[in-house]
Design a protein around this ligand. Sequence first.
Ligand SMILES: *Cc1c(COP(=O)(O)O)cnc(C)c1O
Length: 401
Amino acid sequence: MSFAKVMELEDRYGASNYAPLDITLVRGEGCHVYDEQGRSYLDLMSAYSALSHGHAHPRIVAAACDQLHKLSVCSRAFYCGTLGPFLARACELTGMDKALPMNSGAEAVETALKAARKWAMLERGMADGEAQIIVMEGNFHGRTISIISFSSENAYRRGFAPLTDGFVSVPYGDIDALRQAINPRTAAVLLEPIQGEAGIRLPPPGWLAQVRELCTQKKILMLVDEIQTGLGRTGDLLACDHEQVKPDGLMLGKALGGGLLPVSLFLARKDLMDVFTPGDHGSTFGGNPLAARVGLEALNVLMEEHLIDRARQHGALLLAGLKSLRHPALRDVRGRGLFIGMEFDPAQVSARHFCQLLQKEGALSKDTHGTVVRICPPLTLSEEEVGQAQGCIERALAALR
Ligand SMILES: *Cc1c(COP(=O)(O)O)cnc(C)c1O
């Protein structure tokens, strides 16, 4: 079957909720992906951090293959040998007490919301249905009905009502607005330490620590979504570590699956996680033996191959290189670690068009919100590949003229 046919089938029989670039990928290895003609591209978006370890990481693939021959799925009706070690390692690394395994990121966020509401009832004495959760404008936490209910993005919400109640939105990075929004019904604050989908938006320095202090003082839960920023992406294990902030509840996903599987976790302090009792929450595939084995290997590879240091060093190098670029259409370059956004003037060029130019130059990425191009390669990016990335971006920028 020709690849034109493959694309045609996907477009004809698939829902059109995505608008992929005109390219069919057939293979990936490390920081590179290959199209059907064998042409190689540098992966500059790593599936929104799901590929932080690079494509087909040999150790993670080997662990998955080994586990596939033993036991892949058994449901949580029974204990399995791989879940305990995975959860223990995740807790040990993040400093959390307990973890609840799910599959997608959105499910980990839903779990956090459920935990916070039940905690408010049990620990804060609120009535069932009374708890409010404060969220940030520009947030992205996934696509379930409850999560899109508090999205500031009209397109994510329109047509999907009735929406879920109980959320209050405040401007991102504004500590005074947050302080003012807190009332006796406030159970939790949910935030991303750097907003990815919104265009790699960094909050003002010190804001995370201020939120932590405010939450502690008001006896409110600080819930941090590190599904995209976590596991080394920003040059720290967690983006929160940048300000030595420890949340009460933490969501991980994407990179946790080692580039192979959807694996997510909600991690929390013991008293928060202990609101769950047998039967009140669950997932058929959550924490299955294969996912747990892959998740553990993903964490071990991250630490043993020093991917966090790489993200910090090579991210600083790439960010400095990109910041030095000058072009009338390039408005801003910002980021931390290997979490970088290039913002373009929409009157001069769409971010999508820039991605198309980038593709011609041998690198792939994705625009967000029409104006920002993500530069978020696998954390395994070598110093030589930093140079390659810089070269592709320079040539694409030159092609704009
Ligand atoms: C991707 C993402 C999610 C949702 O994860 P899915 O696996 O797509 O459900 C949630 N929060 C953040 C910050 C994300 O980047």
